[in-house]
Design a protein. Structure first.
Length: 278
C-alpha cells in the first residue's frame, strides 16, 4: 500500500508542479464583489493568504484510482516556506517507513524499509514532463493561497494580474495562461476565501482541481482542514482526499533530509518500474 501511495503521489506531483513564467493582466470592467471593487476584492483575497513560515500536522490520506482499491493511510505533513514540503509515513509505533520530500531543487523519495532512495532534480523532472516545473506553485496549493507562475508569494500589487467574473456565490479569478497552462481560482464572494484552484493544460482534457473546505481557525486565520485533489483527462478517475488534524504554525525541524551511507540510490526509471508492478 505504501508503494502504491508513493506511485500515485508521484503522478500527482508530476501534474501539479507546473510552469514558471511571470505575467500581468489588468482587471477590465471588473464587477463589484462583496461590496468591493474588483481590485479591492483581489487585494482582500491576497491579504487573507497566510504569511506563515512553517506549518505542520497530521493528515489522513485516501487515494482513489478507478479500478484500484482505495489506499488509506495516515501521515505527517511538514512545510517550510521556500525550503521543503515533507510527507512521511510512520504507521508502526511511530517508525517511519517512507518519505517524500520536495524542495526547490527537486524531489526525494525514500524507502526506509529497503534502504533506498530516488533523487531527481527539477531539470530532470522538467525534461520528463516536457515543461518547466515549479516548487512555489505546489507550496501555494498546500497553503491555500493564490499564485502566479514565476512568483514565490503574492502581494497586493499583484491584484491587477487577475481577471474577475462572478459565478453565482463565487468570484472566478483567472490568471493569464503561461506555457500552455491555464490558472483559475474560485473564491467565496462574501468572505474572499479560496475554495478551489484549477490548473488546466490548454487544448487538452487534462487538468488538476484542488478544492478546500472545512475552514477552521489557525493562528487567527481561516485555514481548510480538508483538501480534495482530482485529476481530469486521464481516462480514469483519480482523487486524493486529505483530512488534516493537529495543525500548528511554526516549528523547528530539519527542512532537508540527510541520508546515511547505508542507503542505496536508484534511478527514477527503476523505481517507476518497481511501482508499476505493484
Amino acid at each position: 500500500m505504501i508503494r502504491l501511495l508513493i506511485r500515485y503521489l508521484y503522478v500527482l506531483i508530476a501534474l501539479v508542479l507546473v510552469a514558471s513564467c511571470s505575467s500581468t493582466r489588468k482587471i477590465e470592467k471588473a464587477p463589484m464583489v462583496g461590496g468591493l471593487t474588483g481590485e479591492a476584492y483581489m487585494e482582500k483575497v491576497i491579504e487573507l493568504s497566510p504569511s506563515w513560515k512553517a506549518v505542520s500536522g497530521k493528515v489522513a490520506l485516501n487515494l482513489n484510482m478507478e479500478g484500484q482499491k482505495d489506499a488509506k493511510i495516515s501521515a505527517t505533513l511538514r512545510l517550510k516556506r521556500g525550503e521543503s514540503i515533507q510527507l512521511y509515513v510512520a504507521p508502526l509505533l511511530g517508525i517511519e517507513v517512507a518519505r517524500l520530500e520536495i524542495t526547490p531543487d527537486g524531489l526525494l523519495a525514500v524507502d526506509r524499509l529497503n534502504k533506498r532512495y530516488v533523487k531527481v532534480s527539477f531539470e530532470e523532472l522538467s525534461r520528463l514532463a516536457n515543461t518547466e516545473l515549479s516548487f512555489n506553485i505546489l507550496q501555494s496549493l498546500f497553503l491555500n493561497e493564490l499564485f502566479l507562475p514565476g512568483k514565490a508569494q503574492l502581494d497586493v500589487t499583484d491584484a491587477k494580474s487577475f481577471h474577475i467574473s462572478l459565478a453565482g456565490e463565487y468570484a472566478l479569478l483567472e490568471a493569464k495562461p503561461a506555457k500552455g497552462l491555464s490558472y483559475r481560482f474560485h473564491t467565496s464572494a462574501d468572505r474572499g476565501l479560496l475554495e478551489e484552484s484549477h490548473i488546466g493544460v490548454l487544448n487538452t482534457p487534462y487538468a488538476l482541481n484542488w478544492k478546500y473546505d472545512d475552514f477552521t481557525t489557525l493562528d487567527n486565520r481561516l485555514f481548510p482542514s480538508h483538501m480534495l485533489l482530482s485529476v481530469e483527462g486521464t481516462g480514469k478517475a483519480l482523487t486524493l482526499d486529505m483530512k488534516f488534524s493537529r495543525l500548528s504554525v511554526g516549528g523547528d525541524w530539519e527542512g532537508r533530509t540527510q541520508l546515511s551511507s547505508r542507503y542505496q540510490q536508484i534511478e527514477l526509471q527503476e523505481l517507476l518500474k518497481t511501482l508499476l508492478k505493484q
